[in-house]
Design a protein around this ligand. Structure first.
Ligand code: NDP
Length: 314
């Protein structure tokens, strides 16, 4: 008898795990879908989906072959000590998700340039006061990590009249975007970025990259947007750079500790805009198609798509 098709979800965020499980059951009703740790028969599991996995979870699956990340970020999966070396890791690369991220970053940028937070405060205080503003054509947005998502952000900015630059590890050519690559060209990239958008993957090389030294290379009064991972940011360096005026403000969607603890100084900082890791939501219905493609590639032998380079870390 043919073994039943089976996917196990490893994700401690219940809402997210259930949303994915419901979507998979709807799309492939013949599949058995289980959520760790309330699952059974772990010896039969070869394919799991994961996001911020519980410590030690992978070690319970002796026949694990593929871990499909439920998001674009894979750091928490790759750094999990129980992840066997021969396991293939894949990630979500999905146009709707990329567009959601780009819309959000554009909204944050326009809100900053058009001073919406200032007007919001004025309304609360019933103040009627005009302010000058900076136009997209007068603004250079620097995309730190011009990969799958960064490119879509950059292209949307170009459409909206911004001057756009991008930085990556290897050389890129993208119409309308001035690109830089590698550590040698990093400071030149930073030198014009009035709005710096971080959308790098979190790796050993990029951990703590949003630090005082990097901020010092930006034009005075630059605005920081971090929609990548909290581990990129050195928090005390941000506070110092906001205090000195080197940075005029920051929009942060991701944090070293999530949810951001109640007593954290960022909450009450008037130059910091906080969102709860909400820049883009993966859309299980659309994203599952490629996950399923990888599931069948495992079962029937075939090429995996959106594979993570485990050595490189993304
Ligand atoms: P990609 O792998 O497609 O792009 C990553 C980019 O970063 C590439 O251009 C890569 O360069 C560049 N890069 C990596 N390391 C370095 C380095 N050391 N120096 C310079 N450039 C570097 O990833 P995605 O665009 O799909 O996603 C990026 C990250 O965004 C994810 O890892 C995730 O953490 C975060 N994210 C956050 C979300 C949120 O809700 N806030 C949602 C989705 C993603 P090269 O092309 O040369 O390899």
């Amino acid at each position: 008898m043919k073994a039943k098709d089976k996917i196990t979800i490893i994700c401690p965020i219940k809402r997210f795990a259930n949303e994915w499980a419901d979507s998979i059951r709807k799309q492939v009703p013949e599949f058995e879908v289980q959520i760790y740790p309330d699952d059974s028969d772990r010896e039969s599991v070869e394919f799991v989906m994961a996001f911020d996995p519980q410590p030690g979870a992978f070690a319970h699956f002796p026949n694990l072959k593929v871990v499909a990340s439920m998001g674009a970020g894979v750091r928490a999966i790759l750094t999990e000590p129980g992840l066997p070396e021969n396991v293939t890791v894949t990630k979500i690369v999905q146009p709707m998700h990329q567009r959601d991220m780009a819309d959000f970053v554009l909204a944050l940028t326009l809100s900053h340039l058009r001073k919406l937070p200032v007007f919001f405060k004025q309304q609360q205080e019933k103040v009627w006061k005009h302010h000058s503003f900076q136009r997209p054509e007068e603004t250079t947005a620097g995309i730190m990590g011009i990969g799958a998502i960064g490119r879509v952000i950059g292209e949307l900015f170009v459409k909206n009249g911004f001057k756009v630059t991008g930085w990556s590890r290897t050389e890129k050519k993208i119409a309308g975007i001035q690109t830089f690559y590698g550590n040698d060209q990093r400071n030149e990239f930073l030198s014009t970025a009035q709005v710096l958008v971080c959308i790098l993957p979190l790796t050993d090389e990029t951990t703590g990259i949003l630090n005082k030294e990097v901020f010092a290379h930006l034009p005075k009064g630059a605005y920081l947007i971090n929609v990548a991972r909290g581990g990129h940011l050195v928090e005390k360096d941000l506070l110092e750079s906001l205090e000195s005026g080197q940075l005029s403000g920051a929009a942060l969607d991701v944090f070293s500790e999530e949810p951001l603890p109640a007593g954290h100084p960022f909450w009450a900082h008037e130059k910091i805009f906080i969102t709860p890791h909400n820049a883009g939501n993966t859309h299980p219905e659309a994203a599952f198609k490629k996950v399923l493609q990888n599931y069948y590639a495992l079962k029937n032998g075939g090429e995996f798509v959106d594979v993570v380079d485990r050595k490189r870390g993304y």
